[in-house]
Every structure is written in C-alpha cells, then in structure tokens.
Design a protein around this ligand. Structure first.
Ligand SMILES: Cc1cc2nc3c(=O)[nH]c(=O)nc-3n(C[C@H](O)[C@H](O)[C@H](O)COP(=O)(O)O)c2cc1C
Length: 325
C-alpha cells in the first residue's frame, strides 16, 4: 500500500544500468507509471544490449534517453535539464560500474552526468550483482562514499543469484524501492518525534493449540506507522499477530501475542514517546484457567471461564503527562 500523494505527478528519472536484474526494472517503470509519476528513463549503453529501449518506453509510457550528444536539440541539453527539473533519481539496477563512476565523480555517459548534476535529496541506488562483487572492498567503499553523499542505498536481498551462486546481491522487491522513493519525497515535518503505535488483534491462548482472538487486521496501525515514518518520525510499532508485511522503512517492530505482552511492551516504551496511538484491538478477556495440555474431546460441553485483561488505555491515561497548549 502506498501513500500516492507523495509520488503522484512528481518528476522522476529512472536510471537503468546493465545488471542482469534489468528485466525487473521494466516492472518498476510500469509501477511508476501506474502511480502517475512524470517519468523519464535513462539507460546506459550496455543496458541496451540487454533490453531494448522500446520496451522501457512502451511500458513506462515515457521518453527514454541514452545518448547525451545526439539528444541535444534546440538548446535542450539532457543531462543539465533532466537533473534540474526532476524531483527524484532512482537507479535500479545499479551496476558496480555505475556505482564506482558516481561515487568518484566520473561523467562519461548520460546517467553518470545526471547523477553528478543532481541536487535534490531524493536519490536512490539499488545495487545488484554477484555476491563476491557486492562484498568486494572497492564496491563497499564506493557505497560508503555514496551514503555520505546523501544517497539512499536500498540493500540487495540474500538468495539465489542469476550466476547460480547463493548470497547477497539479488534485486529487492520493487515495492521496497517505491516505498523508499515515497519516503524520500515526503516532507520530514515530524523529524525528532517519537511515536508509539499499537496494531492488530491480541490472541489469548486456551490451551497449546487453541486460542480466542478477534478480527482486527492491523491495517490501520501499520498504515499509521508508515505515514509517520515517511514524515521522519521514529516509530515503534507494537503489533499483535497479523498477515501484514511491515513497512520496509519502519525502524522498530515489536511482535506480541497476548494483551499482557502488549501491555508490558507499551509500559516499557511509552515514556520516550511524544505521541501514542493505540489502534490495536486488545482482547478484553483472557482465559482464566489456561490448560498447558491440549483439552481432550471428552465431554459433550465444556465451559471456558474468562477474566478481564488489563485495560492498557486506561492505565496509560492515568500516567498521561499534563500538556500545556
Ligand atoms: C550477462 C551479464 C550480466 C551482468 N550482470 C551484472 C550485474 O548483475 N551487476 C553488475 O554490477 N554488473 C553486471 N554485469 C557487468 C556489467 O554489465 C558491466 O560492468 C557493464 O560495463 C556496466 O555498464 P553500465 O554500468 O554502464 O551499465 C553483467 C554483464 C553481463 C554480460
């Protein structure tokens, strides 16, 4: 799920270099198009040996540039104009070669020229390559330089690589790249704020294989966590069991099961928080006599006795600081 407001109508350059994961950048260009981005794609010369610019142009429904000499028309110079007019620059996949060039200020093709001239804060690199290349001192040194220069590096995944080896270097989910793009474009008006959010249901065990719970999905709390994180807040999300993928940019996720566990975590963290949002559906009751063995199917009827769970909100309310407005 995305907060499209940060990304819609933004002018974005998608830079594509010749990593084997290039086919995934076609899907990225399609997703950017669907998010109504004003897209320009810049391909390196070598990337055109892997996928035709026609594919990117058709799927991204946008202009595609490579040549920084032949594209100069009527005073329009692609590298200075595109780098000046655009809100964000995303390079995915980023080869070891383009990373080395950008980190060291080389400017011998359109993409490296644009990267050198780009001044906005939203600049993202997605390094993908063979593990041994990724772990090489030179590549790591270059990534460090780029981080210090303000680039957001979206870490590659660990897994099976095209070369047959297993390790770090795989192209990550495009959703992750888009999330970092949205994050980078959002106004950071909640910087230095600490936000504590609870989400999801709690699950109260009856015996080792059964439990009672409720139908809370957790969506509300997770989306709040995303929205606050985008705006620069340091978010701690305390979550009951859900099926939701947490936002990639979320710093602190604490998983709990029962209301008591949720209460304990809230009490551990509430003091540091400037803002607390309790969006979890905490079970009001728990089983009074938990059975540590599976209850056997012996009787026609059984009675489960419930007792009140702590009221986290009420307890927090008592501790609430007086705020002067
Ligand atoms: C089949 C093939 C796959 C490649 N995959 C990668 C890769 O995943 N990552 C990488 O950094 N380089 C990869 N390379 C090497 C780059 O294509 C090469 O370094 C190229 O000069 C980079 O140019 P560019 O950065 O201008 O696109 C691959 C090369 C070939 C032939």
């Amino acid at each position: 799920m995305f907060l499209n407001e940060y990304i819609k109508n933004k002018k974005v350059i998608l830079g594509v270099s010749s990593g084997i994961a290039i086919y995934k950048a076609v899907d990225l260009s399609s997703k950017l198009r669907k998010l109504e981005v004003d897209l320009n794609i810049v391909l390196t010369e070598d990337s055109k040996k892997m996928i035709s610019p026609v594919v990117f142009s058709a799927v991204g429904n946008c202009p595609v540039y490579t040549d920084y000499f032949n594209e100069v028309k009527d005073g329009w110079i692609p590298h200075t104009q595109l780098s000046m007019e655009s809100d964000a620059l995303v390079i995915a996949p980023a080869t070891a070669n383009i990373i080395a060039k950008i980190a060291n200020g080389f400017a011998d093709d359109l993409l490296s020229l644009i990267a050198l001239a780009f001044r906005k804060k939203s600049k993202i690199l997605v390094p993908t390559m063979n593990t041994r290349m990724y772990e090489s001192p030179a590549l790591q040194r270059n990534l460090e330089i780029l981080k210090n220069d303000g680039w957001i590096i979206v870490e590659p995944e660990v897994g099976h690589l095209a070369c047959g080896e297993i390790g770090k270097g795989r192209y990550p989910e495009n959703e992750m790249i888009l999330e970092f793009l949205e994050y980078s474009l959002a106004k950071k008006d909640m910087k230095n704020k600490k936000v504590l959010i609870t989400a999801g249901p709690t699950v109260e065990p009856i015996d080792p294989v059964r439990n009672i719970t409720n139908k809370s999905s957790g969506k509300m709390g997770y989306e709040l966590a995303r929205a606050f994180s985008y705006r620069g807040a340091e978010v701690t999300l305390i979550s009951g069991p859900t099926n939701i993928k947490p936002p990639y940019i979320l710093k602190n996720l604490i998983n709990v099961t029962t209301a008591i566990e949720m209460k304990n975590e809230v009490m551990k963290h509430y003091k540091e928080a400037d803002i607390i949002i309790m969006s979890a559906a905490v079970s009001d009751y728990k089983i009074k006599n938990y059975s540590d063995k599976k209850i056997k199917k012996e009787n026609e009827n059984i009675t489960l006795e419930l007792e009140r769970n702590p009221d986290i909100l009420k307890e927090l309310g008592k501790l609430k600081k007086k705020i002067k407005y």
